[in-house]
Design a protein around this ligand. Structure first.
Ligand SMILES: Nc1ncnc2c1ncn2[C@@H]1O[C@H](COP(=O)(O)OP(=O)(O)O)[C@@H](O)[C@H]1O
Ligand SMILES: [Mg+2]
Length: 228
């Protein structure tokens, strides 16, 4: 984190694809305080996922600056270490490994740490309890409902105590009732695990659950609206 309490600082960030024909990020500015819960909203193709991918160091920018958890992402060589230490990802599609059990799926990110197998079990179990899946730990993900799978993905995202959770349309493939359960869970865990939560959504009711809404249009943050 930087001295000023900002965990994310993005300045005039640019990223284009197709030899410059597609400007996915076109001078993006964004500041997020440590522990904040923000939602990023905007129409399809406006650059929301590109922005999230930059914050999570899944992609690199062409111009501008991006500092996350005190790391200058355009300068550091250790992007994978940054990702496994600081970032937890929750995608629309959960990306669970079908032939591993629920608890094994949650443990996977911990293999990159120095945790012992007991510590891994304990931490995975703690999170699976938090997402109310204690009774499903030995099941295969294929046996679970969509909402249950997304809860496993949330537990997996938190397992290494990341400083930031990046969630890209986490309720996009769920019905609204299940989606609401997932959102409330994310919101609770954001406080309980003391993590910064950056969530992309195009659904207003989802966005309104955040402490702050950031609107993205044509690769830029438009204005900053506080939720009531
Ligand atoms: N890897 C890529 N290659 C080419 N074009 C891309 C790539 N990723 C994103 N884009 C384009 O960049 C723009 C922004 O995309 P994206 O960030 O996915 O928008 P959103 O998540 O808001 O729907 C779109 O025009 C999209 O087609
Ligand atoms: Mg997207």
């Amino acid at each position: 984190m930087n001295n000023n309490g900002n965990i994310i600082e993005i300045n005039d960030l640019k990223k284009s694809y197709d030899n410059g024909k597609i400007k996915a990020l076109n001078g993006m500015d964004l500041v997020v305080k440590k522990g904040e819960f923000i939602s990023i909203m905007g129409p399809s193709g406006s650059g929301k996922s590109s922005l999230l991918n930059m914050i999570g160091a899944l992609d690199t920018a062409d111009e501008g600056s991006i500092n996350v958890a005190g790391i200058d992402l355009r300068k550091t060589k250790n992007l994978s270490e940054f990702r496994s230490k600081e970032i937890g990802f929750v995608f629309q599609m959960h990306n669970l490994i079908p032939n591993l059990s629920v608890i094994e799926n949650v443990e996977i990110p911990m293999f990159e740490t120095k945790a012992s197998s007991n510590e891994m079990r304990e931490r995975a179990l703690e999170l699976l309890k938090s997402v109310n899946l204690e009774d499903k730990i030995d099941q295969k993900p294929t046996k679970l409902s969509g909402g249950e799978r997304q809860r496993v993905a949330i537990a997996r995202a938190l397992v290494n105590h990341p400083s930031i959770i990046l969630a890209d349309e986490p309720t996009g493939s769920l019905d609204s009732k299940t989606g609401a359960i997932i959102l409330n869970l994310l919101k609770d865990l954001h406080s309980k695990e003391n993590v910064t939560l950056v969530m992309v959504t195009h659904e207003p009711y989802v966005g309104n659950m955040a402490e702050r809404i950031v609107n993205v249009l044509d690769g830029k943050c438009q204005n900053i609206v506080s939720s009531p």
